[in-house]
Design a protein around this ligand. Structure first.
Ligand code: BGP
Length: 472
């Protein structure tokens, strides 16, 4: 048994994102974004109602207060503030987040605001080709200015962009569907570069307009091990980590590409177009912390031409081949290998490379769940997952890593990427399924009570040998 303790100022939290919980996708003047217009699989819920947080926000915040979290990470929907992504501000949109923020502060919960979580205004795609054009950078900058000016007196912790890696590759998020395969392959890196420039402008503005504020990116950190000790696999893992994580984070922090990655992009004719004046904005604006989302680790082996089209697009490459971590447990939805130690290893890698404080902004366990007859959800596996990952947080802090906080994904059951409500991560159950919105009532899962108690005590006891989510 291990007693796992945390510093008194540790930011215990939970996370959500606007399009995954809010619903009300066209209400009170909200415009459509790419996640609203994307095609969802037949039988899977869309953004129209989601967890209906837009109409339950007060009740939801009282649940957060009951849970005892110190911080709540949520995202602002760009198209509630600017329905077309540009032009006139929608006062009702501003008001919604005013209410949310004021209510959080009334409960002493620190808001941690993601400015953009996958939901690009559709109008910016139709009019400018989204992140392919510099106009979208200007629109994002204007949006950032409104957020900092309007909420900066109350919101001190900001996240510029959630998971650029997903946005640059996923057509559902970036909205770019009119290019052939070759053009799209190149477009991915142009979109990435423009997002990096946009977030640098947000760092600059945040520091100017919210003088006591802090800001950083939220990276989907891919912790990649060599599949074997063969040096070629070791090199493949280095390539994959550089390509999938350090390329984006080096741009966020250092304002430049890793040399090896840049040369690869140039060689493959994939390097983005840049302007000389970008240099200044990229170099001079640094984040205050690095937020990262971590669910699992991966392995890489040397690329031999073997097909990898069963993998998500961002894992396909001719520099490496991504494979699941077979030394770790896999489950129905956790398909790459659950690896709590890997989260501490990730922190060590990130801190060694960037020497910035860290925040874990997503980490959680996906499962298929149904309410019992007594309206309970006994999510022991999720509790086991959270315990073992938080244990690694505590160890990392003991090893000298400045880890500011941990926000579990997710607060409520929410729309999961492509799987809607068949895959759930919440500490709070939302009573709906993909095809039946039922009464949308909230039920606290067993993990809610476990987390509540851990936060209250600022410590918990774990049996390290008992991994109740798996058998490895
Ligand atoms: C991250 C996203 C979240 C969330 C999570 C789980 O990539 O930032 O928005 O969706 O992953 O992913 P999924 O729901 O697809 O399993």
């Amino acid at each position: 048994m291990t007693n796992v303790k945390f510093p008194t100022d540790f930011l215990w939290g939970v996370s959500s994102s606007a399009f995954q919980i809010e619903g009300a996708s066209t209400e009170d003047g909200k415009g459509l974004s790419t996640v609203d217009t994307r095609k969802v699989k037949e039988g899977i819920a869309d953004t129209a109602i989601a967890s209906d947080h837009y109409h339950h926000w007060k009740e939801d915040i009282s649940l957060l207060a009951e849970m005892g979290v110190k911080t709540y990470r949520f995202s602002i929907s760009w198209t509630r503030i600017f329905p077309s992504g540009e032009g006139e501000v929608n006062q009702k949109g501003l008001q919604f987040y005013d209410n949310l923020i004021d209510e959080l502060l009334a409960y002493n919960i620190e808001p941690l605001v993601t400015m953009y979580h996958f939901d690009l205004p559709q109008n910016l795609v139709d009019k400018y080709q989204g992140w392919l054009s510099r106009e979208t950078i200007d629109c994002y900058e204007k949006y950032a200015e409104v957020l900092f000016t309007h909420y900066g007196d109350r919101v001190k912790n900001w996240i510029s962009i959630n998971e650029e890696l997903m946005v640059m590759y996923s057509q559902d998020f970036n909205g770019i569907r009119n290019l052939d395969e070759k053009q799209y392959k190149k477009a991915v890196f142009q979109m990435m570069y423009h997002m990096s420039l946009a977030e640098k402008k947000a760092f600059k503005l945040c520091h100017e307009l919210v003088t006591d504020g802090k800001i950083g990116p939220a990276n989907a950190f891919q912790n990649i091990y060599p599949a074997t000790s063969d040096p070629l696999d070791v090199e493949a893992a280095m390539n994959a980590e550089e390509f999938l994580s350090y390329m984006l984070l080096d741009l966020s922090v250092k304002g430049k590409f890793p040399e090896n990655t840049l040369r690869y992009l140039q060689k493959e004719n994939l390097a983005p177009e840049t302007l000389p004046e970008d240099e200044e904005i990229l170099k001079n604006n640094k984040p205050d912390y690095i937020c990262f989302n971590y669910y699992a680790s991966l392995c890489a082996e040397v690329y031999t031409g073997l097909a990898d089209d069963h993998m998500p697009p961002f894992f396909r490459s001719n520099m490496y081949r991504i494979v699941p971590n077979q030394t770790k447990s896999l489950s129905e939805w956790m398909v790459f290998g659950i690896d709590p130690v890997g989260m501490r290893i990730s922190m060590r890698k990130l801190y060694n490379r960037y020497e910035l404080p860290l925040m874990i902004t997503e980490n959680g366990y996906a499962d298929s769940e149904e309410l019992s007859d007594t309206f309970e959800i006994n999510d022991e596996k999720r509790i086991g997952y959270l315990q073992l990952h938080l244990l690694e947080c505590s160890k990392a802090i003991d090893e000298g890593i400045p880890l500011l906080g941990y926000s579990a994904w997710s607060f409520l059951d929410s729309l999961s990427g492509r799987e809607g409500f068949s895959k759930r991560y919440g500490l709070v159950y939302v009573n709906r399924t993909d095809d039946d919105t039922k009464d949308l009532k909230r039920y606290k899962k067993k993990s809610f009570y476990w987390y509540q108690n851990a936060i209250k005590q600022n410590e918990f006891i774990v049996d390290e040998g008992k991994k109740n989510y798996d058998n490895k």
